[in-house]
Design a protein around this ligand. Structure first.
Ligand SMILES: NC(=O)c1ccc[n+]([C@@H]2O[C@H](COP(=O)([O-])OP(=O)(O)OC[C@H]3O[C@@H](n4cnc5c(N)ncnc54)[C@H](O)[C@@H]3O)[C@@H](O)[C@H]2O)c1
Length: 348
């Protein structure tokens, strides 16, 4: 499978490296980035790989069988639509879009082209491939501890990137939690509310950081999402599912604890790459293997991507309302509802 990667920044370059060095059944055929120097550097040493400045050239290139989209968030919907129009399979990094309308446009175009056939587009929610989350879901699904009643999903990082806003951190970062919580529960999010301390952290760079989301799911569970993206001390993702008779938590994998001079210390990663390297590798391997076998990959679907955008939009609406519970728009409702994609159901 000859893969073209759009966007060769931090994430795109990481995918290029994984595809080239650790994924079987795939070659890196092309990359595209308006920063042509960066694109060229990303494929240095990869035989036959070409670099384009314009992503449209990559999508149209006959030597590219499938496209991985790792460009900035605001380009994902448009570039995914271009892949659908070209009939090329695409793995789009999260999020699908910041707007419910754009997400609906992509899913509608996808349905029209694919029908009941093998889906073309998948979404990069790699936590679904992380061995820790996979095992957590397996134990919860086994029912050995009874019904799940709450998930606590915590995302902490060192520092937000330049230009982050209170809205973008929900669509860009909390979106992982908004996908993984309903995935763990096997039940969609129906209502969301946003909450934050009266006084944000002094390290928060002017953002409402940290913040907290409450998620109601159709199964009746209530879950929490904490995002503290300027926590400074390290990249620290936590997940615990509370069931009726037990709790199932992930402990960080591969962490070394050093005991010395009357203290025990453990290193923390600086960002997502070391923590989720295996998840990205497994996700890419499944995508490539399924493409080669002509079957549907088990990755998050484009509908999952659209659903996460609907939940994020409801979370933003709750933030703007000062913390009311907001109902998540039904699939397809966004197209006709215009701006009214989320409805406030009141403070509980
Ligand atoms: N799944 C994850 O955990 C995860 C982690 C990090 C980033 N991401 C996602 O990956 C994407 C890229 O993030 P990043 O951290 O690499 O950002 P980045 O800023 O490091 O890189 C973005 C790259 O896209 C290029 N670009 C700009 N306009 C473009 C265009 N029109 N076409 C193609 N490329 C263009 C930029 O020149 C840059 O090289 C984002 O959507 C982000 O949300 C996902």
């Amino acid at each position: 499978m000859r893969i073209g990667i759009i966007g060769t920044g931090v994430m795109g370059a990481f995918h290029v490296k994984l595809l080239h060095e650790q994924v079987s059944g795939a070659t890196v055929a092309a990359v595209a980035d308006p920063d042509l120097g960066r694109a060229t550097a990303a494929v240095a040493g990869i035989p036959g790989a070409v670099a384009f400045a314009d992503p449209r050239q990559l999508i149209e290139c006959t030597d590219v069988d499938a496209v991985l989209i790792a460009s900035p968030d605001f380009l994902h919907a448009e570039q995914t639509l271009a892949c659908i129009a070209a009939g090329k399979p695409a793995l789009c990094e999260k999020p699908l879009s910041y707007s419910v309308e754009d997400a609906e446009r992509v899913t509608a175009a996808h349905r029209e082209v694919v029908g009941d056939g093998v889906p073309l587009v998948h979404q990069g929610f790699m936590r679904r491939f992380d061995p820790g989350y996979v095992e957590q879901k397996r134990v919860v699904d086994s029912g050995v501890h009874g019904r799940p009643v709450m998930v606590h999903s915590v995302g902490r990082g060192v520092e937000t990137g330049p230009g982050a806003t209170d809205e973008s951190v929900i669509f860009n970062s909390a979106i992982h939690d908004l996908d993984v919580v309903p995935w763990l529960l096997g039940s969609p999010v129906t209502e969301v509310s946003w909450h934050a301390p009266e006084t944000p952290s002094s390290t928060g760079g002017g953002l409402r950081d940290p913040f907290f989301l409450l998620l109601r799911t159709a199964d009746g569970a209530l879950s929490t999402v904490e995002n503290s993206l300027n926590a400074r001390y390290g990249y620290d993702m936590r997940s615990e599912v509370l069931c009726e008779t037990g709790a199932v938590a992930i402990t960080e994998p591969q962490r070394i604890v050093t005991s010395s001079t009357l203290a025990a210390t453990a290193d923390l990663p600086e960002d997502f790459r070391p923590r989720f390297a295996e998840a990205y590798r497994l996700e890419l391997q499944e995508w490539v293997t399924a493409l080669n076998e002509g079957r549907a990959p088990t990755l998050a679907t484009v509908e999952d991507g659209a659903q996460a955008t609907r939940v994020a939009a409801a979370a933003v609406a709750s933030m703007r309302s000062g913390g009311a519970f907001v109902r998540v728009a039904a699939p397809g409702a966004g197209i006709n509802a215009g701006a009214g994609t989320a409805s406030v159901v009141g403070v509980r």
